[in-house]
Design a protein around this ligand. Structure first.
Ligand code: SF4
Length: 491
């Protein structure tokens, strides 16, 4: 069997998700879009976590570092096995399957324990168990006597204090039993996948919930391209309903039969589309605007959240605010002022973030945020670390107004929102102002770019350039809120 025909662990998981996906992977790989930056960032974090996990079983051998030719890696694994030391990235092949294991640990006699490392905070049975079962099948077939199988995932309760202790950072879960049950089905699954891969034509697979479960498929845009822009999948909280409609042959929202059961908000969405104009609940919007007191402060945070905490007193994936933008309207028709904070340097940004925010935020008036529970959550977490800000936050919290609410409640709905109440959908629909001219267009990219230019090796010119982009992005979020409020007021 040539190396390119082996089914690796990740291909096997692709095959479990969708036969069409694995067919494309082996027969028309160039049609699968390249990994995007967000996915690459997750992958990179996984690599860091994997490296840390090796310290759970120190003194081991890294098998064939930097070598990608399967035959060579397998041959070097066979040599390394004789040393009876922990093995990192050992590789095996059996029955057309190819597995590179995170960690193999020698135990009593000539047996081994298999340890799969995941940068999640819990066992996700649906994806992790088939993954380990595949490896167990290949290793056993290749002659490795497996005693136990473990998943090493991140300990959800971990809080950093100084250097990371891998023993405290990871939780080892014994998954031997469910893995042994699942591994019995791997041979048949592999055979079925090989038949799919060997077929001349791609299998006819309809789109379905499997396209986003357990992961959003890289072929999503390709397979879903036949749908119109205002498709039934833009139905607000459509879920199974959208697939039911598609099954009935309804692709476009405006073709949903009148007797098809819709929620109130979904009915508003369809009616607005058919009318070709926004739905506006004027009394509700007036009541919402009436609660805003001036000076009104429009506030937005950007955060970072890494698998391995960067700072003391933080947990894995905890969102740490590093930037805020604040637009202030002294009166409804007054001038707009802007101030902001963007952390500089590699120290924990929270103390300075809180100091600057306390100093810049007006002492009275409403504080408007979009999806305010996020900002409130971060402020509360900061106060746990920095209790001196608690009295200040106690006064600020009752002043917070969530601008998401009138949109999530469909008090205003524009057909161009396509079923979404997010700021990224509402702002362009209401004002024509979009994010497409910005170098950074969403929060995930802001977080990645901040991490890259703050902790990575980049020159000052690039760092300054990215910081400028960060300021533009966060600033548009708060300026966008001002624009939305003004548009609402016109109504
Ligand atoms: S988008 Fe859906 S149907 Fe298309 S390959 Fe992916 S999982 Fe299969």
């Amino acid at each position: 069997m040539s190396a390119s025909q082996y089914i690796s662990k990740s291909m096997f998981l692709m095959g479990l998700q969708c036969a069409k996906l694995i067919w494309f992977r082996y027969n028309a790989k160039n049609q699968i879009p390249a990994t995007d930056e967000a996915a690459q960032a997750i992958f990179d974090q996984g690599t860091e976590v994997g490296e840390l996990a090796r310290q759970l079983f120190p003194g081991g051998t890294m098998v064939a570092p930097g070598i990608f030719a399967l035959d060579q890696v397998i041959a070097q694994t066979q040599q390394a096995i004789r040393e009876r030391r922990p093995l990192y990235e050992a590789a095996f092949a059996f029955n057309g399957g190819y597995a590179r294991t995170d960690i193999l640990v020698p135990v009593s006699g000539d047996a081994w324990d298999l340890v799969e490392v995941k940068s999640t905070t819990s066992l996700k049975e649906e994806v992790h168990l088939p993954d380990i079962a595949f490896q167990a099948f290949v290793l056993s077939g290749a002659g490795i006597k497996l005693r136990k199988c473990f998943l090493a995932h991140i300990n959800n309760g971990f809080v950093r204090h100084g250097a990371i202790d891998p023993q405290k950072f990871f939780t080892l879960e014994d998954v031997t039993r469910p893995v042994s049950v699942l591994s019995r089905g791997v041979e048949e699954q592999l055979g079925a996948m090989q038949r799919v891969i060997g077929a001349k034509a791609q299998p006819e697979i309809q789109i379905g919930p499997h396209c986003d479960n357990p992961y959003t498929c890289p072929m999503h845009d390709h397979c879903w391209a036949f749908l119109p822009e205002a498709s039934v999948f833009t139905l607000y909280r459509g879920g199974k309903k959208s697939f039911k409609l598609l099954k009935q042959g309804v692709q476009h929202l405006e073709n949903i039969p009148v007797d098809f059961p819709l929620t109130d908000n979904q009915a508003i969405q369809r009616a607005a589309l058919l009318a070709g104009k926004p739905h506006i609940d004027r009394p509700a919007l007036a009541a919402f605007l009436g609660q805003i007191e001036y000076p009104a402060s429009f506030l937005d945070f950007e955060t970072i959240g890494t698998a391995i905490p960067l700072f003391d007193y933080t947990s894995p994936f905890q969102q740490i605010p590093f930037q805020f933008s604040l637009h202030i309207l002294r009166a409804a028709d007054g001038e707009i002022e802007h101030c902001s904070f963007l952390a500089d340097g590699t120290a924990d940004p929270r103390p300075e973030f809180m100091r600057q925010l306390r100093d810049m935020l007006p002492a009275t008036g409403s504080v408007v945020a979009y999806n305010a529970s996020f900002e409130i959550g971060r402020l509360n977490e900061c106060c746990e670390l920095l209790p001196e800000f608690k009295p200040w936050l106690k006064k600020v919290t009752p002043r917070i107004v969530d601008l998401l609410l009138p949109f999530r409640g469909f008090r205003y709905y524009h057909p161009q929102q396509h079923g979404s109440a997010s700021m990224k959908a509402v702002l362009p629909a209401m004002t024509g102002q979009g994010y497409e001219d910005l170098a950074i267009q969403e929060g995930g990219a802001a977080s990645r770019e901040f991490l890259r230019v703050t902790f990575g090796k980049v020159d000052d010119k690039e760092r300054l350039c990215v910081r400028q982009h960060l300021n533009e992005y966060c600033g548009l979020d708060t300026m966008g809120m001002v624009q939305i409020i003004r548009e609402l007021a016109k109504l």
